[in-house]
Design a binder for this molecule. Structure first.
Ligand code: BTN
Length: 242
C-alpha cells in the first residue's frame, strides 16, 4: 500500500479521482494511494460532505482489488482497514482510541476520522474497492455543526507530519489486509470487535424514529450491528437503520 503514491493539490474528492483512474483502460496497481491537500467536495457517509481545512489533515483514498472477498463478507474489508488505521494511531493515543461501528475512528466520545468505502462489483465479485479515509490531524477548530469532531493536535497539542503518518497508516492497513488475504478471518473479526466503541455498555440508540436502550453485543459477519435491548431481545441493524 502506497508504493504507487500520487499527491494532488486540489480535487473534488480523492474517491472520485481514484474511481475514475481505476475505470480507465490503463490498469492501476492495487495499493495505489491518492492524497489531496484540499478536497472541495469531500464526501462522507450518509450523503454528508467531509469537512477538512486545506493542508492540515489527511484526506486520501486507497485502491484495493479484493477479488478473494465474497460480496456477502465485504464487511471484513471494512474491519481490516479500520484496524489498520487504529493500529497506526494507537501508539499516539492509547486506549481511549476506539473503532465506532461501522468504521469511524473515535477518541473518547469524539470523532477523529472516518472512511467512505465504495465497492465496484463486477461478475459477482468486488473488482475494485475505493477506500477513502479522512483523519483530522493538525486542524485547531471545527465549525459549530461538527460539535463532536476532534483532531490529533487538539488532543496532543502538537503538529504532526502528514506524510509520515500516512506511511504508518499504509503499513498497518497493508498488514491487516494481508491477514485477511491469508484467511485469518476470525482474527480480523475478533480484533475489530475488541476495539469497538460502546461494546458491552448500556447505551441509548436511535433506530429510525424510535429510541431504544440496550447494549452492543456483536457485529455479524456481514457487518450488521447486534444490540440486546433491555427486554433481552436481540436486534440486528444495518447502518441505514441505526
Ligand atoms: C465519514 O465519516 O463520513 C467518512 C469520511 C470519509 C472522508 C474521506 S476524505 C478522503 C476520501 N474522499 C472523500 O471524498 N471522502 C473520503
Amino acid at each position: 500500500v502506497g508504493q504507487n503514491y500520487i499527491t494532488i493539490k486540489e480535487v473534488d474528492s480523492t474517491n472520485n479521482y481514484l474511481k475514475e483512474l481505476a475505470s480507465n483502460s490503463k490498469p492501476v496497481i492495487e495499493g495505489t494511494v491518492i492524497m489531496a491537500e484540499n478536497q472541495f467536495a469531500g464526501r462522507g457517509q450518509h450523503q454528508n460532505g467531509w469537512h477538512a481545512e486545506p493542508g492540515k489533515n489527511l484526506t486520501f483514498s486507497v485502491l484495493f482489488k479484493p477479488g478473494f472477498i465474497s460480496i456477502a463478507e465485504q464487511f471484513d474489508l471494512t474491519r481490516a482497514i479500520s484496524l489498520g488505521v487504529f493500529d497506526a494511531l494507537e501508539p499516539l493515543l492509547g486506549d481511549r482510541l476506539k473503532i465506532k461501528w461501522p468504521n469511524d475512528i473515535y477518541y473518547g466520545d469524539y470523532k477523529l476520522g472516518g472512511m467512505l468505502i465504495e465497492n465496484m462489483i463486477q461478475g459477482g465479485q468486488i473488482k475494485h474497492s475505493i477506500i477513502g479515509i479522512g483523519l483530522n490531524i493538525n486542524q485547531e477548530n471545527f465549525p459549530p455543526h461538527l460539535p463532536n469532531a476532534i483532531s490529533l493536535k487538539q488532543i496532543l497539542h502538537q503538529d504532526y507530519g502528514l506524510e509520515a503518518l500516512l506511511s504508518e497508516i499504509c503499513k498497518h492497513i497493508e498488514a491487516w489486509y494481508l491477514n485477511l488475504k491469508a484467511g485469518k478471518t476470525s482474527f480480523v473479526r475478533n480484533s475489530y470487535l475488541s476495539r469497538l466503541y460502546w461494546l458491552n455498555e448500556q447505551k441509548g440508540f436511535k433506530a429510525g424514529n424510535r429510541f431504544l436502550e440496550g447494549t452492543i453485543k456483536d457485529v455479524m459477519f456481514n457487518g450488521l450491528l447486534v444490540i440486546e435491548d433491555n427486554n433481552k431481545h436481540i436486534l440486528e441493524f444495518s447502518l441505514k437503520e441505526i
